[in-house]
Design a protein around this ligand. Structure first.
Ligand SMILES: [Zn+2]
Ligand SMILES: [Zn+2]
Length: 143
């Protein structure tokens, strides 16, 4: 996924904006119950990025809960409009996951994998050839 442009994005109301200075490492889709709740949607498309490459302006508030993988995840959202923007975990402190739906543009981005497909709604059809995992990614993988 070689993209040199600086990707930008933000929340629904515009109070929070972000800019990425390096391409996302991966784009994943999570179908777990927690991601359904946090987006209010059927799944969460997220971009895995290096924390150092992410610049955020505006207030982001965090909610912490245990992930289905068994460690705490801190989810950041805009306190004004509620858009889910990002998450981080102490487990993978050097990474952030950003909501792909909050990007201004997604041209050139493609999905790398689907996780927690065992919780996917029956009407969610995985793309042919997609890398799918019933639960979390196997060992060590964001790579
Ligand atoms: Zn907002
Ligand atoms: Zn999830």
């Amino acid at each position: 996924m070689a993209i040199d442009t600086h990707l930008t994005g933000g929340c629904f109301c515009g109070a929070v904006r972000f800019r990425l200075e390096a391409s996302p490492l991966k784009i994943g889709v999570c179908h777990c119950q927690a991601c359904k709740k946090l987006t209010g949607g059927t799944s969460w498309s997220f971009a895995l990025v290096l924390a150092d490459a992410l610049h955020v302006s505006g207030e982001v508030r965090e909610v912490t809960r245990m992930s289905e993988s068994g460690y705490p995840v801190h989810v950041g959202f805009c306190p004004a409009c509620g858009t889910t923007l990002a998450s981080r975990s102490d487990h993978w402190a050097q990474f952030r996951t950003l909501s792909v739906g909050a990007f201004d543009e997604t041209e050139g981005l493609t999905t790398s994998f689907h996780i927690w497909t065992k919780s996917a709604y029956p009407w969610e059809i995985m793309p042919e050839g997609a890398r799918c995992f019933e639960r979390h990614l196997p060992e060590k993988a964001p790579s």
